[in-house]
Design a protein. Structure first.
Length: 340
């Protein structure tokens, strides 16, 4: 279930009034993963142009941190930054002396994680999930990591409900993401959760990435036989987006591609990583969120325009995905935007 961070959306954290993010790095850091939260969250701004996040890099001990490239990163902040953070992000590290491949944390890293304040949001990028799991933060939770590391992860941490087929997972205040690029998806998701779709979409446009990617990492797993490339379900997806306000039976979508329902369903899953119905529900939710934020339409009209039919159905779906009602969602993000 997603967390609606109402206080975060009002921007009341710290002396600057911005949401504080600490990126905890280790030797063997992948520089691209360090750049993701700084780029995505660092670019998030209110309607008045004010920055919404303060992002700092920290380590168990300040100083030079080795990367997997031919340079080091000078880290000025130590673990004290974790005690002040509203969100902590742990990227991957590619050195064997760290937690990738073991279920135990080095003492300095364990001590650093112990300084994270109660209630802070904690996220990982790629195999940074090994750190969260070794710290016991993922026990009993749904999580993911890079598909190539899933077998090792499952063997080391059997108490974690690992889902290898998704780009990112959110379970309470703990979030995990799959491979490197899914860190972008995860950070955009956190921006969207904190400050709404309009802010996240603006960041995505400036970064030249999609604000939301369909499917999961199953699309990127190496297969002995490549997925079919001759046929596409793109025309059906475009058709669906143009007609979200009404029921869209599978047969109608399949007809857009001149396929049987069975063939269409299989091809759709191969291309997007999810079923047509799951994809449709996700698109309807995004349409509803956009209308709740950007329009004054009553909830029942938004339910119709997004294809849920009734306010009750919209309420049920939004509660299941975001943990709030349509009215509460609108109140949170319309208030933030008006005050931004």
């Amino acid at each position: 279930m997603a967390i609606m961070c109402k206080d975060r959306a009002m921007g009341v954290f710290g002396p600057t009034g911005r949401h504080r993010v600490a990126v905890l790095v280790r030797h063997g850091l992948l520089p691209i993963e360090l750049g993701i939260p700084h780029r995505i969250m660092g670019m998030a701004k209110s309607a008045s142009g004010a920055r919404l996040y303060d992002v700092v890099t920290c380590a168990a001990a300040p100083g030079p941190v080795r990367t997997d490239a031919d340079f080091t990163v000078e880290v000025r902040h130590g673990p004290e930054a974790l005690a002040e953070a509203d969100t902590v992000i742990v990227p991957a590290a590619h050195e064997r002396d760290e937690t990738y491949g073991t279920d135990r944390l080095p003492a300095p890293l364990a001590a650093a994680l112990g300084r994270i304040r109660p209630g802070a949001r904690i996220a990982s990028i790629c195999t940074g999930a090994f750190v969260l799991a070794a710290a016991g933060l993922l026990d009993g939770r749904r999580a993911t990591t890079h598909w190539a590391a899933c077998d090792r992860f499952r063997a080391l941490f059997p108490r974690v409900r690992l889902d290898p087929d998704i780009l990112y997972a959110e379970d309470g205040h703990v979030l995990t993401s799959a491979g490197v690029a899914s860190g972008i998806d995860l950070c955009l998701h956190m921006v969207r959760t904190d400050f709404g779709a309009a802010v996240a979409n603006a960041v995505a446009r400036r970064t030249v990435v999609p604000p939301h990617r369909d499917g999961g990492q199953a699309q990127f797993v190496e297969r002995p036989v490549p997925a079919p490339r001759v046929h596409s379900t793109g025309r059906a997806r475009a058709y669906a987006l143009a007609h979200l306000d009404r029921p869209l039976p599978l047969a109608e979508l399949a007809a857009q591609e001149a396929m049987s329902v069975r063939t269409f369903t299989r091809r759709f899953r191969e291309e997007t990583g999810v079923s047509p119905q799951r994809w449709l529900t996700g698109q309807r939710i995004e349409r509803a969120r956009q209308l709740l934020e950007d329009s004054d339409l009553p909830v029942d009209r938004i339910a119709h325009a997004s294809g849920f039919g009734t306010a009750a159905s919209l309420r049920q779906h939004l509660q299941a995905v975001l943990g709030v009602s349509p009215t509460a969602y609108r109140r949170t993000f319309r208030t933030f935007r008006a005050g931004g």
